[in-house]
Design a binder for this molecule. Sequence first.
Ligand code: HEM
Length: 186
Amino acid sequence: MLSDKLKEETKANHQILEKRLVSQLKAIRSQQEYANLLKLFYGYFGGLEVKINQAIDKNLLPDNDERRKTQAIADDITALGGDVPAKADCDALPRIKNHLEALGALYVIEGSTLGGKIISKMMQQQLSLDKGLSFFTSYGDNTVTMWDTFKNALDSQAENPEQEAVIIAAANETFFKFGEWFEKAK
Ligand code: HEM
């Protein structure tokens, strides 16, 4: 299955990002520091979302409109009293020129709903927050169901190993460029 291959072949990049994020998250002590982290996510995911929308075939992902959008990050930043930053431009983003590449990037965004649940719990505990958590709360109790539905859609869309390779490469580039985005912000 493509979804299994994606998991396996992006594992190393996920681990690098997760490690980096967990240490950054543990160090967060104020709403402002958390808002700064949200700004990083907004810039990158916001830019990605624009490119994905230009390339994706919406007929093949009928529930795309119901899925979590970066507007939720903007709302969280505003709720915490921060300013919403600009979105990343093309140089900072992966190549997303067609439906398959858009799916690879979307795999990373949708997969981040799983880690998001952990992140929202961490922030709630560390900062006793009652706002600014809508993005990382993901789909709440529906997160696993939404993830399974996404994976099912994904698994029916690559017709051959070459197409699978395009999706996997796009997912890896999406992880990699996110790491670069974090580095640049340091
Ligand atoms: C504190 C940070 C994070 C933690 C603790 C975390 C943790 C997790 C966990 C527990 C899973 C489920 C693994 C499984 O069911 O086998 C997961 C899956 C995933 N996460 Fe993360 N994650 C984090 C950040 C992110 C971020 C920022 C992204 C994307 C930019 C991301 C992308 C993914 C993807 C794509 C999957 C799906 C893997 C699969 O195919 O099953 N994660 N993550």
